[in-house]
Every structure is written in C-alpha cells, then in structure tokens.
Design a protein around this ligand. Structure first.
Ligand SMILES: NC(=O)c1ccc[n+]([C@@H]2O[C@H](COP(=O)([O-])OP(=O)(O)OC[C@H]3O[C@@H](n4cnc5c(N)ncnc54)[C@H](O)[C@@H]3O)[C@@H](O)[C@H]2O)c1
Length: 330
C-alpha cells in the first residue's frame, strides 16, 4: 500500500483527493490546504485527516507520494521543498512560472532520485490517446496540421497566470505529444480584455521539424466551453472532442491507396467517415495511476519534469511573441 497525500484541495486538488481515495493499492492518508475551511470541507468529505500546514502533515503521516495542487506561482516553492525531503511529487500543470524554476525542479528530481510528474492531463484523455495511437500507425499519412480550439468562460480564481500558461499549455503539450517531433518556431498574437497585466485571448502558430503546423485558438472570454483537436494529413482528417471523448476520421478518398507517408497528395475528396470506438475513462484517474505506477516501479512518468519544462518553454515563447513581435503595416 502506497501512502498518498494532496496539498491544495481547491478546484482541481479536491479531485486528486477523491481519485486517490478510490484507487486500489493506495491509501489517501491526509490532505492539506492553507485555507482552514477548504481543508476541513475536503478532509471531511473524503473522511481523512486534514491540515493547514503541509509540513506537519508530512511529519505525522509520512506519505510516499504527493499531488501538489496549489496555485501556479507556488509550484516551485512547494515542489522544491518536497523533493528536498525525498518525496515523489505530481505537480499540477504548468510545472512552474519561469524556465529557471522549471530547470531547477527537473535538476532537483534527478539529484534526489524522486519521481517528478507534471499534470498535463490531456495526454490521459482516452480520445487523445486513441488519436495518438492512430497517428503513430500512419493512418493520417503525411501530417500537415494539428489545430486546437480551447475556449471557455473566465475563471476568476486564476490570479497568477495568463491564458497561455494556464490553458494553452494543455494544447501545446498535447501537440508535442501527438506530433512527437521538435518545434522549430512559434508565433503568437494575444489580446487583453479582462486582465490588464496578462493575456485573455491567444492565437498561436507553431512549426514542427517536418513542416507540420500547429494552430492554437485559446481564450477564457467565451460564454461556452469547447475543447477540440483537428488533425489534417494526406489521408484525411481526425476530429477529436476532448470533452465528450469522441474521435472521428474523415477519409480523403483521393489519397494514394497505400499508407505511404511520403506519397504526394493528388487531390482531396470526401470519403468514408469513421466513428472510432473509445474506451472512455476519467483522465485524472489515468494520470494518477500512471504517477503511482511510476513511483512503485521506479520509472519515469508519462509526463516527466522534462516534458513539463519543454511545454513551459514553448508557452513562454508564445507569451513573449505576443508581447514583443510587432509587424508594422503602413
Ligand atoms: N490539470 C488540470 O486540468 C487543471 C485544472 C485546474 C487547475 N490546474 C492547476 O492546478 C493548480 C491549482 O489550480 P486550482 O484551479 O485548483 O486553484 P484553486 O485556487 O481552486 O486551489 C488552490 C488551493 O491551494 C491552496 N493553497 C494555497 N497555498 C497553499 C499552501 N501554501 N499550502 C497548502 N495549500 C495552499 C488554496 O487555499 C486553494 O484551496 C494551478 O496550478 C492550475 O494551473 C490544473
């Protein structure tokens, strides 16, 4: 039995607590939250001891692994404090606020020989997992474009990050995972509408080494929630809905008959539409199972600190691009 704990049981942390509570082979030994009311509410709901001081929780309950779900600006402070003590951690996304902090966290995990996982949860979305499997099999032919749309209403509780770091980092990470190749350049446009010091709307372009293009349309100023990925290639188009966990393939009837990734696109016409069966599951449960297994088996988690850092670097490049790149049109 591995002993689990959660630090920060707000919007997302309370679900970490619930999932650990329901997981086989794991005992949720306690939760901690600096807000006494929140700590009591979630502690009572999950029927586990609760603390406002996480160090006291660690000293008394001695957990083997901890989910860190405090606000992003505290990831570095809390994450490094725990790893210094030899604890295995899953840090919610993004890994940290700055590249320097991210690099220090990755180095510390290595030095201490502990597991550092980062909560880029979309990699555990069953529709995205199936999409990745099909891309690797070559079903799309030559990859041309991955496009992501993630829009929703404004979350007032997020006070320490703009929409790129907070929301688009999900899609940046997922695109890295799906394309599985280095990114050569990025370009972003941002708009501030609610906040005066950080972006609320983001449109981004990223170019992968093979020439495939990533397109991002992300904001938190929309009165509806959409989370979609489209992947276009020589053999057709995938449409993936991350919310409903659905995946469809629209075949290009004019594509070359063999799954030849180098085949030249001869034309495009509408072919069969395939609804792909998805074995649905809760992404968070899969993410935490992967974290627990990586601790148990002493292996890298699916989203290691290095992945979190690579994604953060791209996200910060987009922030910089949105702020600094200006094309003057006369
Ligand atoms: N993977 C996802 O889908 C997902 C979703 C939401 C949030 N997140 C990430 O999770 C983190 C938390 O976001 P949230 O929306 O749950 O925020 P939140 O404000 O709802 O919750 C954060 C909690 O941390 C507590 N806290 C603050 N400082 C603390 C400390 N020193 N010790 C213990 N507890 C402390 C707060 O009291 C609060 O209850 C952010 O980094 C965010 O980016 C990830």
């Amino acid at each position: 039995m591995l002993k689990a704990a959660v630090i920060g049981v707000g919007s997302i942390g309370q679900h970490h607590a619930r999932v650990y509570r329901e997981m086989d082979g794991v005992e949720l030994v306690a939760i901690a939250d600096a807000n006494a009311g929140t700590a009591a509410k979630i502690g009572n709901r999950q029927n586990v001891p609760y603390y406002t001081d996480y160090q006291q929780m660690i000293d008394e309950k001695k957990p083997d692994l901890i989910s860190v779900c405090v606000p992003t600006s505290l990831h570095f402070k809390v994450g490094s404090d725990l790893m210094e003590q030899g604890l295995n951690i899953l840090l919610e996304k993004p890994i940290a606020s700055t590249i320097e902090q991210g690099e220090k966290l990755v180095a510390l995990a290595k030095e201490k020989g502990v597991v550092l996982a980062v909560g880029h949860i979309e990699r555990f979305n069953p529709a995205a997992m199936e999409l990745r499997r099909r891309l690797r099999e070559g079903m799309i032919g030559k990859l041309y474009q991955i496009s992501a749309r993630r829009v929703s209403p404004y979350p007032p509780r997020i006070q320490d990050a703009g929409v790129i770091i907070d929301l688009a980092s999900h899609d940046i990470d997922l695109m890295r995972y799906l394309a599985d190749e280095p990114v050569q350049r990025v370009y972003g446009e941002t708009v501030q509408s609610i906040n005066s010091d950080r972006e609320d709307m983001f449109n981004g372009l990223m170019r992968f080494q093979s020439g495939a293009v990533g397109v991002l349309d992300v904001n938190w100023i929309s009165p509806t929630k959409i989370r979609q990925i489209h992947v276009t290639g020589s053999r057709g188009l995938f449409r993936c809905d991350l919310l409903s966990q659905e995946l469809y393939f629209y075949e290009n009837e004019s594509a070359p008959s063999q799954w030849d990734t180098l085949a030249i696109l001869r034309g495009v016409s509408e072919g069969n539409v395939l609804g792909i069966r998805i074995n649905r599951h809760e992404p968070l449960a899969a993410e935490l199972n992967d974290f627990v297994a990586s601790v148990r088996d002493s292996r890298k988690p699916t989203v290691a600190g290095e992945d979190g850092l690579a994604t953060l670097k791209l996200a910060l490049d987009f922030v910089k691009s949105g702020r600094e790149v200006a094309l003057i049109a006369e």
